[in-house]
Design a protein around this ligand. Structure first.
Ligand code: SF4
Ligand code: SF4
Length: 68
């Protein structure tokens, strides 16, 4: 399942760069996580908070992995 994270708030998505399993996707002008591929390491969240516009600040590992 693709969960929308943000509308590509940063020119380069830092979260996408650090995801070792390439679960962060750039599609149709938005950034998504493919929940079936995510292993819940939260590296994307750290990168987004430290370098980006913090769209992942309130997201949990469980959300990234597809929990409601
Ligand atoms: S806010 Fe976070 S998820 Fe959105 S583009 Fe920036 S780094 Fe990526
Ligand atoms: S939490 Fe999931 S989407 Fe984020 S970097 Fe880790 S594997 Fe990739």
């Amino acid at each position: 399942m693709l969960n929308v994270i943000c509308r590509h708030n940063c020119k380069d998505c830092y979260a996408m760069r650090v995801c070792a399993v390439h679960a962060i996707k750039d599609q149709q002008g938005s950034i998504y996580v493919e929940t079936d591929e995510c292993i819940g390491c939260t590296c994307c969240k750290t990168a987004c908070i430290d370098f980006g516009y913090k769209a992942l600040e309130d997201k949990t590992a469980e959300w990234l992995k597809g929990a409601a």
